[in-house]
Unconditional design. Structure first.
Length: 334
């Protein structure tokens, strides 16, 4: 489990309060989003892109939850995180759904697409902004869009982000969203590894975005079925307990149930984490290549580079061995 070194500030305290007291059923959550972004950096090949990203590793890590924070202030943000494919598709057959924004909005209207979510399109939109930022060697925007892209890629890899039954509310399984994407990963973190291999150049950014979403949609049945199966072995008072959250007590899944569900489902959640991590590294790498392979090393602070070199060598080694350990300073700039 990672060791956290936190610098306190009024803004930081507000952020932490929001993250740990709000319903985490909308996203991978604080824990996983940060690790996807961070581990993706180590997927990059050795070049100026990798040098730049590794020297801004803490920013990319700490700002992974930023799109979720914007949901409170930006009414346009929410539908960027999901797509209810079962609104459009019968079973797992989604071949008839248009994979471009122009064709999709022509067939179903902009209002319909926004109502039922458009995360694969948002991945493409954010990727394009990242490419443009790299072409201009705009450091602030490169980091901003790279971190945001990680969030949307992560969300596309969550099965419950692909369905109208996003929290099991239609199947009598309310609460399963947070169970799958937050509670299992956080409780069973010592059994997860995050080394996702090497990034590759993506032939079709649009195609990759849809591959991620379709992979999530195809995994949805087992997410729901396993929860029902495991629940048969737990009485109500064993499946749920009362846990303190902030100043109030709330009904929540017991650690025993979370562990049983995670073990039965294993290794699906880790597979989706690794898929998101490698895909993100590949999106970053492809964006850099499409931008003309700009020399991003010129944007690196020499002092930071020297401090990070030794730290990252040790971290990369532990990541590959499966005993990943890192120290971070939390500072979200939104």
């Amino acid at each position: 489990m990672s060791k956290l070194k936190i610098k306190s500030s009024p803004i930081l305290l507000w952020i932490l309060l929001f993250l740990f007291s709000s319903n985490q059923g909308f996203s991978w959550g604080f824990w996983a989003h940060k690790r996807i972004n961070r581990a993706a950096v180590f997927c990059l090949p050795n070049n100026s892109c990798f040098d730049f990203f590794k020297n801004n590793l803490d920013y990319l890590t700490n700002n992974a939850p930023a799109p979720d924070l914007r949901r409170n202030s930006d009414p346009l943000e929410a539908p960027r995180h999901f797509i209810d494919l079962d609104i459009y598709c019968s079973g797992h057959d989604c071949d008839t759904f248009p994979h471009t924004w122009a064709l999709a909005t022509k067939k179903y209207s902009v209002d319909t697409i926004k109502k039922y979510g458009y995360v694969p399109f948002q991945i493409v939109f954010t990727y394009r902004k990242l490419v443009e930022s790299m072409k201009n060697k705009d450091k602030d925007n490169i980091l901003h869009y790279a971190a945001d892209l990680g969030h949307y890629v992560g969300d596309a890899c969550v099965p419950l982000h692909s369905t109208k039954n996003y929290d099991g509310q239609l199947s009598g399984q309310k609460g399963i969203h947070a169970l799958w994407e937050s509670k299992v990963p956080e409780l069973m973190s010592n059994q997860f590894h995050f080394y996702a291999g090497k990034a590759h150049l993506i032939d079709s950014v649009q195609g990759m975005a849809w591959t991620l979403v379709n992979g999530s949609f195809n995994a949805l049945d087992s997410v729901l079925a396993v929860e029902k199966s495991v629940s048969k072995d737990f009485s109500e008072d064993k499946k749920y307990v009362v846990k303190q959250r902030g100043k109030s007590n709330k009904k929540d899944y017991s650690d025993e149930f979370i562990t049983a569900y995670g073990k039965e489902l294993n290794p699906q959640i880790q597979r989706r984490l690794l898929t998101a991590t490698n895909a993100l590294g590949s999106f970053w790498y492809t964006a850099w290549a499409e931008a003309g392979q700009p020399d991003l090393s010129t944007l690196i602070d020499p002092k930071v580079a020297k401090e990070m070199k030794k730290k990252l060598k040790k971290e990369q080694k532990s990541l590959k061995k499966g005993n990943w350990d890192y120290t971070e300073t939390i500072s979200v700039k939104e």
